[in-house]
Design a protein. Structure first.
Length: 417
């Protein structure tokens, strides 16, 4: 059996579903459950046909496949790319335009789409909704400025001496029909790797624009790889040392994707084959999953968290549990809250919680402890690759957090499949 790496991404099948586990040592950082087939995969691009417009909610309903209708907010109607347009300059029934799936269908809500098309790379995103070059806000200001300049050199072709695939062109933001967003991952990339990624995305965009005039409405024009494959784009080079799967079909999909899109990560991919000790047992994946679905999470101090998702928000309650406060009551509560803040940030990412999250910490008597706790929690939340914002502490001493929604929470994805 191969020795375990410190940081591993494990992908396997459990009960007919593809499960992905991102482990840091003995602790799970992320767990995802993906059915192998989805009717409307995130990121797919379609030629949608406007079925009806509902002005009082500021939205249109667009049919992307026969019988599959999606919600398009009018606020998402930015520089739409039409393949068939009626006489009115405004959006109208019967129009056909390019849309991209922005959010999965949730319970009774239809999937959401946008006309702001995004092409995903490991280091960069090409987007039709903006024409400027921007960088991730998670990066330091100096790093953002460096990356924007590097991307600007790519657009102007001055990188061609270093990277021959770059074409000689000079385009201003106004002349380009798309913009760039440089991801947090780009901070770890050499300029050549960033430029290769941008060139691949530009070629993909231009190929799509050449093909769509010849395609019919209500059809898919760009399919994204499986969700478990696409997550490889989100991993920073320092976040994973090894990628392992014990399924030959999944291994082939991962290998093909890495060869074409992220060759620098191909050497991290391994096929696990030990019939005496399956991957699920070797890494105790069932235990990791069970703990990520449990309502109660114990802390080393003896305290514990109670995590309760509701229809409108998620509540995390911090309790002293088995921890005896003794005479140093304030210091004990502060210590439990500090541990709870680190664990709450981990659980939010692990369970893929989103929307409004409220954390009810143990009350402090000293205001400086509240400020120190908020600073600690904010630093922990910044580790999350998905945009997570610590709003503030309310008058009732509840800490309010918002986290961007991309997929269903882990508990719901397990239940729904």
């Amino acid at each position: 059996m191969r020795m375990k790496a410190e940081k591993e991404l494990l992908i396997t099948r459990m009960e007919g579903q593809v499960m992905s586990f991102l482990l840091n040592g003995s602790r799970a950082v992320e767990i995802h459950c993906d059915p192998e087939e989805k009717n409307v995969p995130l990121g797919n691009i379609y030629i949608g046909r406007v079925q009806r417009i509902v002005k009082n909610i500021g939205a249109a309903f667009v049919e992307i496949l026969p019988g599959t209708v999606c919600y398009l907010a009018m606020s998402e109607l930015k520089e739409p790319i039409y393949t068939k347009k009626g006489t009115s300059p405004l959006l109208q029934e019967g129009d056909e335009l390019l849309v991209q799936v922005l959010r999965e269908g949730i319970k009774t809500k239809a999937p959401a789409v946008t006309t702001n098309l995004t092409f995903f790379g490991k280091y960069a995103l090409l987007t039709t909704g903006e024409r400027r070059i921007a960088a991730s806000s998670k990066l330091p200001q100096a790093e953002r400025e460096r990356l924007v300049k590097a991307a600007g050199r790519f657009e102007k072709g001055s990188s061609a001496d270093t990277l021959h695939v770059c074409e000689q062109r000079v385009e201003s933001d106004a002349q380009r029909s798309y913009g760039w967003v440089l991801r947090t991952n780009a901070g770890d990339a050499a300029p050549e790797a960033l430029w290769h990624d941008m060139e691949r995305l530009r070629a993909q965009y231009e190929d799509l624009m050449r093909r769509v005039p010849y395609r019919t409405g209500r059809s898919c024009v760009l399919s994204q790889p499986g969700a478990f494959v696409k997550r490889l784009q989100d991993l920073r080079g320092t976040e994973v040392d090894r990628i392992q799967t014990d399924d030959a079909n999944l291994f082939d999909q991962l290998k093909n994707y890495l060869e074409q899109n992220q060759p620098e990560d191909l050497e991290k991919l391994f096929f696990y084959e030990d019939h005496m000790l399956p991957l699920v047992k070797c890494y105790a994946l069932e235990r990791h999953l069970s703990e990520a679905l449990s309502e109660r999470v114990w802390l080393k101090s003896g305290g514990y968290l109670v995590i309760q998702p509701t229809e409108a928000l998620t509540v995390i309650d911090v309790n002293t549990g088995k921890c005896a406060a003794g005479k140093r009551r304030e210091e004990t509560f502060f210590r439990i809250n500090q541990e709870a803040a680190r664990e709450a940030a981990r659980q939010i990412r692990l369970r893929n919680l989103s929307g409004i999250i409220l954390i009810d910490f143990i009350n402090h008597e000293q205001p400086e402890h509240d400020q120190a706790l908020l600073s600690l929690l904010d630093a922990e939340l910044c580790r999350d690759p998905i945009r997570t914002v610590l709003v503030d502490m309310t008058r009732l001493s509840l800490v309010e957090i918002t986290r961007q929604k991309r997929e269903r929470p882990l508990a719901e994805s397990i239940t729904k499949t």
